[in-house]
Write a protein that binds this ligand. Structure first.
Ligand code: RB5
Length: 140
C-alpha cells in the first residue's frame, strides 16, 4: 500500500521506529516530515498527510505527535478523513473494521515503541467490515 506519514517534533523518535517497520512490511512510504527535533506546528503535517489520503494519492496515513490528540483533531477537520487515535490493539483493529479509519494517530509520549509497532501492524492488516458500518460512517 501507499502510506503517507507525518509527525511533529514530539513524534519524531516514534516515526523513526515506524518507518523501518513500514518498509519491512513492503509498503511504499510518503514521508511528509518533520525530520528534525526542532519545535514545529503539528497541523501543518496533519494537513500534508490528509491531503495525500483525501486525494487518493495514498491509501492510508499515519500521524504522530506527543499525545496523538492534536494530530487527530487536525486530521478530522478534513471531511474525507476518518482519523483514529489508538493506544491499544482492540481500538486499532476496530477503527479499521467498524470505522474504516483512513488515518492512524499515535502519541509518542503515551505509548512505547513496541506497542506502537503492534498497533501499526494490526491497523494495516485489518479490513473494513462494510455492511451496517458503511451506513453509519456515511452519516458523518
Ligand atoms: C508538542 O509539544 C505537543 O503539543 C504535540 O506533540 C502534541 O502532543 C499535540 O497534541
Amino acid at each position: 500500500m501507499k502510506i503517507a506519514i507525518g509527525c511533529d517534533h514530539g513524534g519524531l523518535l516514534l516515526k523513526d521506529v515506524i518507518l523501518p517497520l513500514l518498509a519491512e512490511l513492503g509498503h511504499e512510504v510518503y514521508d511528509q516530515g518533520t525530520d528534525s527535533p526542532v519545535s514545529v506546528d503539528y497541523p501543518h503535517y496533519a494537513k500534508a498527510v490528509c491531503h495525500l489520503v483525501a486525494n487518493e494519492a495514498c491509501d492510508l496515513g499515519i500521524l504522530i505527535c506527543g499525545t496523538g490528540i492534536g494530530m487527530s483533531m487536525a486530521a478530522n477537520r478534513n471531511k474525507k478523513i476518518r482519523a483514529a487515535l489508538c493506544t491499544d490493539m482492540y481500538s486499532a483493529r476496530m477503527s479499521r473494521e467498524h470505522n474504516n479509519a483512513n488515518v492512524l494517530c499515535l502519541g509518542a509520549r503515551v505509548i512505547g515503541p513496541g506497542l506502537a509497532e503492534e498497533i501499526v501492524r494490526t491497523w494495516l492488516a485489518t479490513a473494513f467490515a462494510g455492511e451496517r458500518h458503511l451506513r453509519r460512517i456515511e452519516m458523518f
